[in-house]
Design a binder for this molecule. Structure first.
Ligand SMILES: [Zn+2]
Length: 388
């Protein structure tokens, strides 16, 4: 394989991300020879992944022919499986949604009925977008539990009974293309990063029933040795009131047992607030109910003490909060900021941004699409496709 800096996949990425708009840009960016760049661009044009169109500004001599990425060269299926919902979208190769469908579902009914429904929704969105099965270049799937990334099999998922070791990729065999499966937090992290191109270091923290974190290093999801990087929900914290809480994992005083959505609901009920679900707690906070606001803010402070340690360790550009509890917005952020800015080292915190996701509902689908696109257009995959 050619050196990564000027491989066909690398050249394609430069055009996809807008860093290069002509052969001359690619020569300048990669330092490769004009002949090498031209030959690989011709291959990419023959493969329908690049198109020529229009003329750029000349800096002397003949103006260059502009190159653009052909995002319609294929499509990907994006599957966002939640604990209580399923959403399937078909997007083009720039992650633009062409059609989407979804509805509530209980993931605990098991893999066969859920994946049969995913299959039905997949056919539906392809039909709606006027696309054929053969147009699907890759499938990306996010699931609410740990996944062995190399095989796409869930690994002892606590809230997905019956799914342990289930070969999820086999459910998409009829598309005859790569299938990538990852946990929902990593997928959402990709979705928050948006279309390939950002090279920032970001923590995407999902606060739902549990708490998880997608670790993005230089624009790419970091998964760690076994794929469990970012599982911050089970980091030990000292509870603010000195009590001992047993976590669902069996350990004492895990972060999510003190400050996750389930913990918020438990504490709100114990305080006599009129709530049945975590969503009720979030809505009560949104209405400005004093005691609920203080509970949410307290959860934010506890999450913030863990994030402060992560900021010192990782020095991210940004932290993005997402998930059901993040919808509480201001009071949660206030607690988190108080702890993070109070406890992080000044250099690490100086330019740190902490925000709530703009589109938590869409980031799962967008991330699953981006994951599939990266699989299809990754440097190795493009090299293999062009030399086949
Ligand atoms: Zn735990």
């Amino acid at each position: 394989m050619p050196s990564a800096s000027a491989s066909a996949g690398a050249l394609l990425r430069h055009v996809r991300t807008g860093r290069a708009r002509s052969r001359a840009d690619l020569v300048a960016l990669t330092g490769a020879s004009r002949n090498t760049v031209s030959a690989r661009v011709d291959q990419l044009i023959a493969a329908n992944l690049l198109e020529e169109g229009g003329r750029g500004w000349s800096t002397g001599g003949r103006p260059p022919t502009l190159l653009q990425f052909n995002a319609r060269a294929g499509c990907v299926l994006a599957v966002d499986l939640g604990v209580t919902s399923v959403d399937v979208a078909v997007t083009d190769l720039s992650a633009r949604v062409l059609a989407t469908a979804g509805h509530p579902i209980d993931i605990a009914v098991g893999p066969e009925p859920v994946l049969a429904e995913v299959d039905r929704l997949g056919r539906l969105v392809l039909e709606e977008a006027g696309l054929d099965t053969s147009a699907v270049c890759a499938v990306g799937v996010g699931v609410p539990g740990p996944v062995e990334f190399s095989t796409g099999r869930p690994s002892h998922p606590p809230i997905m009974p019956g799914w342990h070791d289930h070969p999820i990729p086999e459910a998409f065999a009829r598309y005859d293309c790569p299938v990538v499966v990852d946990n929902d937090v990593n997928v959402m992290a990709l979705g928050e990063m948006g279309v390939a191109g950002s090279d920032q270091d970001v923590l995407v923290v999902k606060v739902g029933t549990g708490i998880g974190c997608g670790v993005v290093v230089e624009g790419r999801v970091y998964r760690g040795a076994q794929g469990s990087a970012g599982d911050i929900g089970h980091i030990y914290v000292a509870p603010p009131d000195g009590r001992t809480v047993i976590c669902r994992c069996g350990q004492e005083n895990c972060l999510e047992a003190i400050a996750g959505g389930g913990a918020l609901l438990r504490d709100a009920r114990a305080a006599g607030l009129p709530v049945r679900t975590t969503r009720d707690v979030v809505e009560l906070a949104a209405q400005g109910d004093g005691p609920t606001l203080e509970l949410v803010r307290g959860a934010g402070r506890t999450i913030g003490t863990v994030l402060a340690a992560l900021v010192n360790f990782f020095n991210p550009h940004r932290i993005v909060m997402t998930g059901g509890v993040a919808r509480a917005g201001a009071p949660l952020l206030a607690g988190i900021r108080e702890a993070v800015y109070g406890r992080s080292m000044p250099l690490a915190a100086r330019a740190l941004e902490i925000t709530v996701s703009d589109a938590p509902d869409l980031s799962g689908r967008l991330g699953a699409a981006l994951m599939a696109i990266e699989e299809f257009l990754g440097e190795d995959a493009v090299h293999r496709a062009l030399t086949r």
